[in-house]
Design a protein. Structure first.
Length: 303
């Protein structure tokens, strides 16, 4: 049986008359990247804060490495690294000074190797206020890793980053996963979740609407697979329905079909091309995206 390092069971968290998290349950395996997705106010950050020990649950249980975040705070600090959604440091502090401070708190030698890993020169005299958003994000992630945590929580890790900064953070997350670190991340970036996460849970109004791998979640939706095809002689254009493939549009020499059974539909289209003595020049099969499935679940809840 797979060993789980994070366990959430029937978690409830209320703020006055608002139930932010309403009885959610999930488990995360060691070495897994697990994503929490949902619209604003769905309960993602509250769930993470309960795991971090920053919020006390009103019901249910949470465990990180078997530890109760509310009662075993000292053990939790050695096990868990956190990059908060909104975090800051004194304007005049330098990356090396910040690392020395955090490591002193953990009672370990300064981790200058982490500054090098994230492209933050330990000898740099740059102050925090002079750093770019991407540099600040990388610094906070480096600080979160100072104690070699088994579990890292990332709350909107790439929010506000440019393309280069996002790519650098994604590569850092992949390196962590390959080293065996378990990662929980909350994000609004569906493409990010689809690329990085082994499994995701989509939260809507404090409840888990669905949970599974990105492929499992998208395949369970109402969305149809797109088949985009171009042939040398345009034998399929102007388009028509073929087998289980429903023609939807033509753009220049490309035709687009929608279907539920991708394998059977692709075969039917290729057989038609072969019968016409034509040749395929370009063929693309695009399953529904995680973003499309996410919007489907959110809109269904709102209706």
């Amino acid at each position: 049986m797979d060993e789980y390092i994070v366990e959430v069971q029937d978690l409830v968290k209320r703020y006055a008359n608002l139930t932010a998290v309403n009885g959610i349950s999930f488990k995360v395996k060691k070495g897994e990247v697990f994503g929490l997705l949902g619209p604003n106010g769905a309960g993602k950050t509250t769930t993470l804060e309960c795991l971090e020990g920053l919020r006390r649950p009103d019901g249910g249980t949470v465990r990180v490495g078997g530890i109760d975040p509310q009662t075993d705070v000292r053990k939790l600090r050695k096990l868990l690294g956190v990059q908060l959604q909104n975090s800051s440091m004194p304007d005049s502090i330098r990356p090396s000074e910040a690392m020395e401070l955090i490591c002193a708190w953990h009672r370990i030698p300064p981790r200058r190797d982490l500054l090098n890993m994230f492209g933050l020169d330990p000898q740099s005299r740059k102050q925090y206020r002079e750093m770019s958003t991407g540099q600040k994000r990388r610094l906070h992630l480096a600080l979160a890793l100072a104690c070699d945590p088994a579990v890292v929580i990332l709350d909107e890790p790439t929010a506000g980053l440019d393309v280069q900064g996002r790519a650098q953070l994604h590569e850092a997350i992949r390196r962590l996963r390959h080293s065996g670190v378990t990662i929980l991340m909350a994000t609004h970036d569906m493409a990010e979740a689809e690329t990085l996460c082994d499994r995701v849970a989509i939260l809507v109004r404090g409840r888990i609407a669905t949970i599974g791998t990105p492929a499992q979640i998208t395949s369970a939706g109402l969305g149809e697979t797109r088949i985009i095809l171009r042939t040398q002689k345009n034998c399929l254009l102007p388009g028509r329905d073929i087998g289980g493939a429903r023609f939807v549009r033509q753009e220049e020499d490309y035709g687009t079909w929608l279907c539920r059974d991708a394998a059977a539909s692709v075969v039917a289209l290729l057989q038609e091309v072969q019968r016409a003595g034509d040749t395929v020049e370009d063929l693309r099969v695009e399953r529904p995206s995680l973003e499309e499935r996410f919007l489907e679940l959110v809109e269904r809840d709102a209706s």
